[in-house]
Design a binder for this molecule. Structure first.
Ligand SMILES: Cc1cc2nc3c(=O)[nH]c(=O)nc-3n(C[C@H](O)[C@H](O)[C@H](O)COP(=O)(O)OP(=O)(O)OC[C@H]3O[C@@H](n4cnc5c(N)ncnc54)[C@H](O)[C@@H]3O)c2cc1C
Length: 314
């Protein structure tokens, strides 16, 4: 039997969790789910697992990675699971790494497929997306995280049963805790959910230069992203960064402007259905992964596209 950790936001299971559930279900046997924290019972009602466990505790109102790890570690003895699968989000990966240490088991992160058996045959994305690793995992309790946007999400459905419980947490489990949340500017489209992402790289030239990127994203109902060169320069917050150490996104179209297309950047944009590159350099690496390219200065190209969109919309 295997268990999928389901993260949720505003009372809804995250897409990445439902994608992880698909991998868990493919391992065979019953698939159970674990939901942690307030609102878990409502989320549980939408997960098509044989059993959904809902961990409820006053201290779970904020993310605490060691508390999550403690709960994950209690699950094998509680339910007899042989694999724990989690989405490859920052929070779930953090908790799974801590759980792996506590259980003394290896953590196979960034999986995109798993063939049941002993050993378990895994395909993992390595080196920022430039390598696919075929691995054999010998263990009685496999800990896996799943790369977001690489598998279809399971359709919501009713669980066979929901079991609410109060986990035992030690003070040490609550030392590391989210203390504050800073909401993104109101009205914006979330980068990870946006159908259109317009990203600016170092080629934008300055924080002020992003006005043309924001304008186009606004006209297309999309979100603004950026490269690490941009966050390192302090032009945009890290929450806007796309890449290996930033957001993993899967828009219908990714418009990369003044971005060279380093492996670590593309690692975050691999889920995009189409890529349009705007770059002055026809030899830039981004050109080799782009479906469409405009060779030119983004400060001329983007305003021209925006003007044309405005003209067509009257
Ligand atoms: C461990 C590690 C993790 C990393 N994680 C990430 C990550 O998560 N995300 C990420 O982005 N990077 C990441 N990086 C950094 C990455 O390797 C690159 O350095 C970075 O992506 C480069 O950003 P850039 O494309 O904006 O800048 P550059 O590589 O400097 O490219 C700028 C591009 O803009 C073009 N250009 C210049 N002027 C114009 C203009 N006026 N109009 C149009 N085009 C123009 C240039 O031709 C060039 O192609 C990571 C690196 C490491 C080592």
């Amino acid at each position: 039997m295997n268990l999928c950790l389901v993260e949720h936001l505003d009372g809804v299971a995250t897409d990445a969790s439902l994608q992880a559930f698909t991998l868990a279900a493919g391992l065979g046997g019953e698939t159970h789910a674990l939901v942690i924290g307030p609102g878990g019972a409502e989320v549980a009602a939408t997960i098509p697992a044989a059993v959904v466990y809902v961990a409820e505790h006053d201290a779970l109102d904020a993310f605490a990675p060691d508390a999550w790890a403690a709960i994950l570690c209690a699950m094998p003895s509680r339910t007899g699971v042989t694999a724990i699968v989690a989405p490859g989000s920052a929070r779930a990966t953090d908790a799974m790494a801590r759980a792996a240490v506590r259980l003394g088991e290896p953590l196979a992160a960034n999986c995109i497929s798993a063939t049941p058996g002993n050993p378990l045959l895994l395909t993992r994305i390595r080196w920022g997306g430039s390598l696919l690793e075929e691995a054999r995992l010998h263990t009685d309790c496999a800990l896996l995280t799943v790369v977001p946007h690489t598998l279809p999400a399971v359709a919501p459905g009713s669980p066979g049963a929901v079991e609410r419980f109060t986990p035992e947490l030690a003070d040490a489990d609550l030392v590391v805790r989210v203390r504050e949340r800073v909401a993104p500017p109101a009205g914006g489209v979330s980068l990870t959910d946006a159908k259109v992402v317009v990203t600016g790289g170092r080629g934008v030239g300055s924080a002020e230069g992003f006005v043309v990127v924001e304008e186009l994203a606004g006209l297309l109902g999309g979100a603004v992203g950026c490269s690490r060169a941009v966050t390192m320069s302090g032009w945009r917050p890290h929450t806007d960064q796309v890449g290996q150490t930033g957001n993993k996104i899967a828009p219908e179209i990714y418009i990369a402007c003044g971005v060279s297309g380093a492996t670590q950047h593309i690692a975050g944009a691999k889920g995009a259905k189409r890529i349009l590159a705007v770059n002055t350099d026809p030899e830039a690496p981004i050109m080799s992964v782009a479906d469409y390219a405009v060779v030119g200065d983004l400060h001329e190209v983007l305003p021209a596209i925006s003007a044309e969109l405005r003209r067509r919309r009257g």
